[in-house]
Every structure is written in C-alpha cells, then in structure tokens.
Design a protein around this ligand. Structure first.
Ligand code: FAD
Length: 393
C-alpha cells in the first residue's frame, strides 16, 4: 500500500554529494538528529556518481596547506579502499616545501564505500533513493520538505535545512530567487585500457580512468529538465564518436580499451545557485572577510587563496536554510574556485555546523553570531582566516 510518511529531525540535509555528506557528518558529530536525503543510491554526487575522480588541492601550490577539517578527511577516505595514496610530501606534516600539490585521484567506488562507513558511524538517518520534490515555507522559514521514494511521498520536518543539492533545489522550491549559469558539454567516463599512461589501478588490474569531453560551444542551463536529457545524450554521443574514431584509426581497439562506466548523473558544473546575502566575486582572492568560515585555494593556479564569507552560504530570503557546495553564492571566476570538491566539503562542514546552531537555538541563520560558527570550525581543525596561515598578511 502506498505510504504517506512523516518524520521530524533537528536538521535535514538535501543532497548526499560531497557537500551534503560533510554537512551531515559535521551536524551528527555535534549530536544533532540529522536526515540526509539523496536521490541516487550513492554518496558523493558528481565526485562519484558523476565520475569526477580528482580531489583538487588542499594547498596553495607553494607548499602551504590551506584547507583542513572534513575536507581533508574525505580526501583521505577516498584512498582508504585503494588505490593510490596522498602525495608523499603531505604525509609527514604541514607547510612542507613540496613540488606536488596536495591533491589525489581516487576510485569513485572506493570513495562510496568509505562514505558509507563514515555516515553509518555518524548515526545520521540515511534516505537514499529519495527525491526532494517540494518545500513548505512560511514567512521565510522552511517548515518541512516533501520527498518521494518507493514508499510514496512524505514530509520531513526540521528546525534547519542544508541545501546541498548542487542545483539549489531546496531554495528554488521555496520560490526564492536563484541565479543560473550555462554549461559546456562534459561527460567523464571510466575506461578499461591496456594502453598508454595514467593507469590509476596499474599494474595488476590495468584499468584506467579517463576524463571525457568538453565542448564549449554546446551550452545549456542545467536546470531545465528537458535540456538535462539533451546534455546527457549529447555527452554520450560525443564519447561514442571519439571511441569509434580511435577504433577506426587503429589508435586503440575494442579488446584493449573499452568503456567500463558512464556517469549516472549529468556532469553539469554550474547550474542554479542561491542568491546569498553576499556574493563572492572575481578578484576577491586574498581578501579578508570578518565573517570568513574557511580558506581555500584556487585549483587552477598557484598562490591564489580565498576566504569564504559566511554570508555567501545564506539565502537572502530564507531564515533557516544554509547552502553548501557548488550552489553557494559566488559568481564567475569565484564560482570556479568554490564549486570544486575540496571547497564543497569545506562549505558543507560550515553549513552543517551553522544548521546545528540554528536548530539548537530555533533562531534565524542571519542572526546567528558568526563567531560561534568560526569557533566551531577552528575547533574542528579549520583555519578561518588567511592571516592564520600566512603570518604577517
Ligand atoms: C565535468 C566536471 C568536471 C569537474 N572536475 C572536477 C575536478 O577535477 N576536481 C574537483 O574537485 N571538482 C571537479 N568538478 C566539480 C565538482 O565535481 C563538483 O562541483 C562538486 O563535486 C560538487 O559537490 P556538491 O556536493 O556541491 O554537489 P553535487 O556533487 O552535485 O551533489 C549534489 C547531490 O544532491 C543530489 N540531489 C540533487 N537534487 C536532489 C533532489 N532534488 N533530491 C535529492 N537529492 C538531490 C544529487 O544526486 C547529488 O548527489 C567538476 C565538475 C564537472 C561537472
């Protein structure tokens, strides 16, 4: 029989990507009753289901680690069931003059297994295969969310919510304004390959993990249901085209190189984000913000470091929703920096802490003294200001 279920929590996290997992772990470890809602059956979002298997750097490229906490914990979790290891220079201590950046390549399946373990230990109530479909909001306060799964539809109530859906689905379903950006075509795949370098699992299994295509001329906003299908189909068509071309030219053959896995979610970079109380803008690297909750590095270049303002996690129009991951309020070049895996985990941890405090006080996130979030972040091992990492700056 179709069931209409209803449950109450201190906080509900929407989206079990890297950001949502970090948020749920941070909140559950503070003793909160947490529900984590994920529409697929895998944790990790783009990093696992989307086969984006490069954990971009926690360091500035000049030997200084800038991102710690749950972000570093998840980087290490991705290595737990193999293969690979963290770069040697980053094993022994901090601030080593190290050529290589503190980044890793991980097996998406190993990452899922490790996240399963961390989440099970944390005591979160886990809702896999469950889709957020609506939100009930009164005077800027979300009272409950409607979710759908095999049982039917149900309501999850909470005092605070984290929007870690990647696409700001929760904020959007409340009717709050959400800026949208377009996407270049991309599709990352897992391949078996006996040829060439880059073997992640070499030498015994000899499977390689290969990045897919990017076509800058094919742009879609990833929040139009129809266009998401077109995007995914076009990505797979491009992959087929490349494979066929390589087979036909003799560059590779179907026995020694073939597809193992294609992404089970659309590889969309920028979709919808919250309209935050503050929007991080291009050129704000090295800028100090009084309300910074963490520090991250620009993955594209060395020596560019950013503080992350608390206000960029707070949707202007909502009182008890905190954003995390690639849907926080950052724009253009700043969005490029904040949307990646290590930063998603960092903002996830901050969002989980914030939502815990909001739930505890039954207050508005906008009224919460940021010093409390900063203190909790520091206690969890995260520097919150650049000056803590670079004395004299
Ligand atoms: C092509 C491409 C290449 C990239 N390359 C890299 C790279 O090399 N290194 C790197 O660090 N980053 C890279 N990124 C960025 C990075 O992968 C993501 O931005 C990051 O993983 C975002 O994490 P997230 O948790 O914020 O969002 P997501 O990973 O998008 O997670 C959101 C989760 O919410 C779930 N969800 C969504 N809507 C709902 C709903 N309505 N109900 C329930 N659940 C829902 C999704 O299933 C998903 O699990 C790349 C991204 C793309 C697209």
């Amino acid at each position: 029989m179709r069931e209409n279920f209803e449950k109450s929590y201190d906080l509900v996290v929407i989206g079990g990507g890297v950001a949502g997992v970090a948020a749920a772990l941070a909140a559950a470890r503070r003793g909160r009753r947490v529900a984590l809602v994920e529409k697929t059956v895998l944790w990790g979002g783009l990093a696992t289901t989307g086969i984006i298997f490069i954990y971009l750097p926690l360091c500035d490229g000049n030997g200084t680690q800038v991102t710690f906490g749950i972000s570093e914990e998840l980087l290490k979790a991705g290595m737990k069931y193999g293969p690979g290891d963290i770069p040697a220079g980053w094993k022994e201590g901090r601030n080593l003059p190290e050529e290589k950046r503190y980044r890793t390549v991980f097996s998406p399946a190993s990452m899922v297994l490790a996240l399963d373990e961390l989440l099970a230990e944390s005591g979160c109530d886990l809702w896999l295969d469950t889709l957020l479909v609506d939100a009930e909001c009164r005077s800027g306060r979300v009272e409950s969310v409607t979710v759908a799964n095999k049982s039917g539809t149900g309501k999850l109530r909470a005092a605070a919510f984290v929007d870690a859906s990647g696409d700001a689905d929760l904020a959007f379903y409340t009717g709050a304004s959400c800026p949208v950006a377009a996407n270049a075509l991309a599709s990352w795949t897992l391949e078996y390959s006996e040829q060439g370098g880059g073997h992640l699992l070499a030498p015994t299994i000899r499977a390689s993990i290969v990045g897919g295509s990017v076509d800058p001329d094919f742009t879609v906003p990833g929040v139009n249901g129809r266009m998401v299908s077109e995007f995914v189909m076009a990505g797979r068509a491009e992959y087929r085209r490349r494979l066929s071309e390589d087979y036909a030219s003799g560059k590779s053959n179907r026995c020694t190189r073939f597809p193992l896995k294609v992404p089970a979610m659309a590889d969309l970079r920028h979709t919808r984000r919250i309209d935050g109380e503050f929007t991080l803008q291009p050129g704000m690297e090295w800028q100090a913000f009084e309300d910074s909750i963490g520090v991250c590095a620009d993955w594209r270049t060395t020596g560019k470091v950013w503080e992350l303002p608390f206000r960029a996690l707070l949707p202007k129009e909502l009182e008890n929703v905190v954003a995390a991951g690639r849907c926080i309020s950052s724009h253009g070049d700043a969005w490029e920096v904040t949307r990646v895996i290590p930063v998603a985990a960092l903002t996830g941890e901050a969002a989980g802490i914030t939502a815990s405090l909001v739930a505890e006080r039954c207050c508005s996130a906008h009224e919460l003294p940021v010093a409390e979030v900063q203190l909790a972040m520091k206690q969890a091992g995260n520097p919150v200001h650049i000056s803590e990492l670079y004395p004299g700056r």
